[in-house]
Design a protein around this ligand. Structure first.
Ligand code: HEM
Length: 384
C-alpha cells in the first residue's frame, strides 16, 4: 500500500455507532469517534472534565509522575488562569525573527545530515530538532537541549524503565525551578517565578506541573510528525518539488500531514456524573476519550479522507485538539514543520529510503501507525 493511503482503524466503529470501547490495561474506555461528537465533547467540560490529575493522558500517568500537569489537567476557571499566563510564551513562534531562527536551526541540521552517508531520522534528526527548537521557545541556550536529547523520544516511556525516567524529568525540573528562585533570568523558568495567579506567585508544584507538560507534551508528537513527513517525501519527491517554496501551499501541506498523521491519537476526559456516549453508559468518575485521529478521518467532514491531499482546503482537522484545551504548542509545531518542508525542498537533491521500522499503537481493539521506531535515510545536499 502506498503511504498516501492512510488506513483508518476506526472507520467501521465510527460508521456503526460512533464509539469504540477499547481496553487499556484493566480499563475499558469508550472512544468517541465522529468529528461532530468529538468537537461537542471537547466543548463540554462540565460533562467531559479535564479536572483529573494523571487521568487526561491514556494510559494514565500516576506511575510516571507525581504532579498535576497544567493547564491540561484542569477545567475553568483554573484552566483559563494558567492558560492566560502561558499564552505569551507560546505565541512567540508567530514572530518573524523566531521563524528565521528555526530556519537556521533546520538548515544546519539538514546540511549536517547531508554530510553523512545516512542518518537515522527519529533519534539523530527529529529528536535533536524538536529539543533544540524547544530551547528557542523557552529562551534557553541551545546547549541545554543536549541533556533533553538524552532523555529519548518519550520522556516517560522511552526505555525499559518508565518510572525511573519520569523521575529524571521531575528532578531536572525541580533543579531548574530552584535555580530560578535564586536567580530569575529571562528564560521560561525565570518567567514562571514572576507569574501571578489570583494575586500570588505560583507554587513550586504548579511550576513543575507546567514545565512537565511543556517537556513531555510536544515531544513524540513533533518527532513523529517530522519523521513521517521525511519518510513521505523520501518516497514521493515529486510532491516536495511541487510545493516549492510557496508558503501558502506549504502551510496547507502541514495541516494535511497533521490530519492524516494525527500524532496524538486521542486524549482522556473524566465524567463527573453518569452519562452516555452513543450506545454506551459511562459510570460516574469513569473515563472516555476524544479520538482526534478518528475525527480526522470522518467522511462526513473530509472528502476522500484516506487520501493525503497536500492542497486540501478547507481542512477543519482536530489534530491539535478543539475547544479550550486546543494545543498551546501548535504555533511552535507549525513553524518547525513548515520550515522543514521548505528547506527539504531547497537544500536537498535526493532523499533515499534505506530502511524503515514503523511504530504502531496497539490495543486489543485497534492498531494504528503513528511513527517510526527507526527510519534510515540518505540525504544528498542540493549543492553536493
Ligand atoms: C504535532 C505536534 C503536536 C500535536 C499533534 C499536539 C496535539 C495536542 C492536542 C490534541 C491537545 C489537546 C489536549 C486536550 O484536549 O486535552 C494539545 C494540548 C497541548 N499541547 Fe500540544 N501537540 C503538539 C505539539 C505541542 C508542542 C510542541 C507543545 C509545547 C512545546 C505542546 C503543548 C501543549 C500544551 C501545553 C497543551 C495543553 C493546552 C491546554 O490544556 O490548554 N504541544 N496538544
Amino acid at each position: 500500500m502506498h503511504d498516501d493511503m492512510i488506513p483508518d482503524p476506526f472507520a467501521d466503529a465510527r460508521r456503526r455507532d460512533g464509539v469504540l470501547v477499547t481496553h487499556f490495561g484493566n480499563e475499558a474506555i469508550p472512544m468517541i469517534l465522529s468529528h461532530r461528537a468529538v468537537r461537542a465533547a471537547a466543548g463540554n467540560w462540565q460533562v467531559f472534565s479535564s479536572d483529573a490529575p494523571f487521568r487526561v493522558p491514556i494510559p494514565s500517568e500516576e506511575q510516571v509522575r507525581s504532579i498535576r500537569q497544567l493547564p491540561i489537567e484542569a477545567d475553568p476557571p483554573l484552566h483559563s488562569r494558567f492558560r492566560a499566563l502561558l499564552n505569551p510564551i507560546f505565541r512567540r513562534p508567530l514572530q518573524a525573527d523566531y521563524a528565521a531562527r528555526i530556519d537556521a536551526l533546520v538548515a544546519g541540521m539538514i546540511e549536517a545530515a547531508a554530510a553523512r552517508p545516512s542518518v537515522e531520522i527519529v533519534r539523530d534528526f527529529a529528536l535533536p530538532l524538536q529539543s533544540r527548537a524547544l530551547t528557542l521557545l523557552l529562551g534557553m541556550p541551545e546547549a541545554a537541549a543536549e541533556e533533553w536529547i538524552g532523555w529519548g523520544t518519550h520522556v516517560f516511556h522511552d526505555g525499559a524503565d518508565g518510572t525511573a525516567k519520569g523521575a529524571v524529568l521531575d528532578t531536572y525540573i525541580r533543579h531548574r525551578v530552584a535555580a530560578a528562585h535564586r536567580y530569575a533570568g529571562e528564560d521560561f523558568f525565570g518567567a514562571m517565578t514572576r507569574m501571578q495567579v489570583d494575586g500570588r506567585a505560583l507554587t513550586d508544584d504548579e511550576m513543575v506541573g507546567i514545565a512537565n507538560l511543556v517537556f513531555a507534551g510536544g515531544r513524540d508528537t513533533v518527532i513523529n510528525a517530522i519523521s513521517r513527513i521525511i519518510g513521505h517525501f523520501a518516497a514521493d519527491r515529486a510532491a516536495l518539488v511541487a510545493l516549492g517554496s510557496d508558503s501558502k501551499r506549504i502551510a496547507f501541506a502541514v495541516e494535511e500531514f497533521i490530519r492524516v498523521i494525527s500524532p496524538l491519537t486521542h486524549i482522556g476526559r473524566v465524567c463527573p456524573a453518569e452519562t452516555t456516549v452513543g450506545p454506551v453508559t459511562v459510570a460516574a468518575d469513569a473515563r472516555v476519550s476524544l479520538c482526534w485521529a478518528a475525527a480526522n478521518h470522518d467522511e462526513q467532514v473530509f472528502d476522500d479522507p484516506a487520501t493525503l491531499r497536500l492542497d486540501r482546503s478547507p481542512n477543519p482537522h482536530v489534530g491539535f485538539g478543539s475547544g479550550i484545551h486546543n494545543c498551546l504548542g501548535s504555533a511552535q509545531a507549525r513553524v518547525i514543520l513548515r520550515s522543514l518542508i521548505r528547506q527539504l525542498g531547497a537544500r536537498t537533491r535526493a532523499m533515499t529510503l534505506l530502511a524503515a521500522e514503523k511504530q504502531f499503537e496497539t490495543t486489543p481493539q485497534y492498531r494504528r501507525w503513528v511513527g517510526y521506531e527507526s527510519l534510515h535515510i540518505r540525504i544528498e545536499g542540493a549543492s553536493a
